[in-house]
Write a protein that binds this ligand. Sequence first.
Ligand code: CA
Length: 218
Amino acid sequence: MRILLVEDDPQLGDGLTVGLRQTGFAVDWLRDGHSANLALQSETFDLVILDLGLPKLSGMDVLHQARQRGQAMPILILTARDATGDKVLGLDAGADDYLVKPIDIDELSARARALIRRSAGRAAPLLTHGELALDPAARRVTLAGQNVELSTREFSLLQMLLESAGRVLTRSQLEQSLYGWRDEPDSNALEVHIHHLRKKLGSELIRTLRGVGYTISK
Ligand code: CA
């Protein structure tokens, strides 16, 4: 799952990036409103975490413009403790949730998972498919009740495919969501992860559509 983090405070931005990556998100971190506004026009994110006090273009303007363009991804705003009016303005302008600084990384991760889950149209926290169950909060996968050990990338890949069961995800959608702008993937990295998932979960689960992408049936 790919998150765009927009925060100009270097220490906070760095801490949140590291913390969110540790819980399995791909994080792209930008430090001003203008670059965030541009990125949102050319890239796809599963969630935006947006500070309101930003250089060049305010977080509120970024939020307004994204919603005016019809972009529907969940947006969580970060507000300063003393700026109580910001929460109301932000929620009314189309934000889905807010957190007041100082930010607790566990709470932020949990809210991120909940927002992504709801935007995928799912109320239940578990993703299931036949005897397979994936728990995004506990980062656990079981097959017929038995734990299956997956790497961070394998877990994210499986989660994306299950979230979109019945739809085909293209290579570039999967790669963007797995890697963000950071570490450019090896050309065959995606195939390697898929290969490992099939070995661990059975060859029938993930179907390849040659030249298009991958899918898990509904
Ligand atoms: Ca700020």
